[in-house]
Design a protein around this ligand. Structure first.
Ligand SMILES: NC(=O)c1ccc[n+]([C@@H]2O[C@H](COP(=O)([O-])OP(=O)(O)OC[C@H]3O[C@@H](n4cnc5c(N)ncnc54)[C@H](OP(=O)(O)O)[C@@H]3O)[C@@H](O)[C@H]2O)c1
Length: 313
């Protein structure tokens, strides 16, 4: 038998159940999961508030890592990460001790990698890379403002923008998070956002927070500057005066990791080695399978620092 978190009703938390280990079948890989990520995307699915949703009952979890038990394609006993192919969206995902997934959703990771890191890194690193490079095209010497700068995506965006040669200012909502903005960024509280606080005009805004924070931060970008929108934890909507928006002349671009995953995958894999070596940092919070409610609460309230993961043994 195998334990799994099963979502029975959108808007309620999944229930921990015992069920048979899935039977191997061609084209699929059976994995004993060691860790699974708990992300805002997963919470949107649990809430029934995403454009792609599973038929219920279903196991959520869009990313995981574990050991191959049976597969025609992947070596048994190898450490792998699971993501993509609609895992946790249209088909059962990774919030379970065992998962049977399409072979194409399985990717090898170097032996010895921390499974919590293996299941956590791709989305924030890929999103941060896409935001800094293909989308916002940050140049050396530019001044970059990152909101949610102590969050998983935000903290990596700060580090990658600084590596691209930018001068980075990181914005946080909770004063307690000021200390979690990675160096060398200057850390600023969202309540004090002003041209003076951020040290003058901004060339590029990378916003991971949305809502009113996006509205306020956009005002700090210079004419002909760029803004890249990544997330909407602080609100799915904001209103804009179109006359003022045209006058400000800031181009608003979107970051969509799903559409850019293949484009950034090579760079993201390369950066995993740097995360393992501690040259890039991504804090990880770890929770037991029966502590899902606490993990979800930490993420929903914005109190979590870095990635939230389930330890699956
Ligand atoms: N576009 C894409 O392809 C893509 C890919 C991955 C993730 N995302 C999105 O990017 C966003 C950030 O993801 P993440 O993994 O970095 O999340 P995270 O680690 O939880 O960070 C989000 C940050 O948002 C801030 N925040 C502000 N208002 C909040 C609120 N009302 N509730 C919760 N947090 C609030 C929090 O920082 P403060 O305490 O400083 O306010 C928190 O550190 C999410 O919306 C996620 O869905 C988008």
């Amino acid at each position: 038998m195998s334990r799994a978190l099963v979502l029975e009703t959108f808007g309620a938390l999944p229930r921990l159940v015992e069920r048979p280990i899935p039977e191997p079948r061609p084209g699929h890989t059976l994995v004993r999961l060691s860790a699974a990520a708990v992300t805002h995307l997963d919470l949107n699915v649990v809430d029934g508030r995403f454009g792609i949703l599973p038929d219920l009952p279903a196991v959520p979890g869009t990313a995981g890592a574990g050991t191959v038990l049976a597969s025609d394609t992947h070596p048994e006993g190898s450490l792998v990460q699971l993501r993509g192919k609609a895992l946790g969206l249209r088909r059962d995902g990774c919030w379970a001790e065992h998962a049977l997934v399409p072979d194409a959703a399985v990717e090898a990771v170097p032996a010895g990698t921390d499974p919590a890191l293996a299941c956590s890194y791709f989305s924030p690193v890929g999103t941060a890379w896409a935001a800094v490079h293909p989308v916002a095209a940050v140049l050396p010497g530019e001044r970059v403002l990152v909101t949610g700068a102590a969050g998983a995506v935000g903290a990596l965006t700060v580090q990658l923008a600084a590596r691209a040669g930018a001068e980075v200012v990181g914005v946080v909502g909770r004063p307690a998070k000021l200390a979690h903005v990675p160096p060398p960024a200057k850390a600023v509280s969202a309540a004090e956002l002003s041209p003076e606080a951020v040290g003058g005009p901004i060339d590029v805004l990378i916003d991971t927070v949305g809502g009113p924070v996006l509205r306020d931060a956009l005002r700090l970008v210079r004419p002909r500057g760029r803004a890249a929108l990544v997330g909407y934890t602080a609100g799915r909507e904001f209103t804009v005066d179109l006359a003022d928006f045209l006058l400000a002349d800031v181009s608003l671009r979107t970051v969509n990791l799903m559409s850019r995953a293949a484009e950034v995958a090579g760079d993201v894999r390369r950066l995993l080695a740097e995360l393992t070596a501690g040259e890039l940092t991504l804090p990880i919070e770890r929770y037991a399978l029966d502590d899902l409610a606490e993990a979800v609460e930490r993420l929903r309230t914005g109190e979590a620092v870095g990635r939230v993961t389930l330890d699956l043994g």
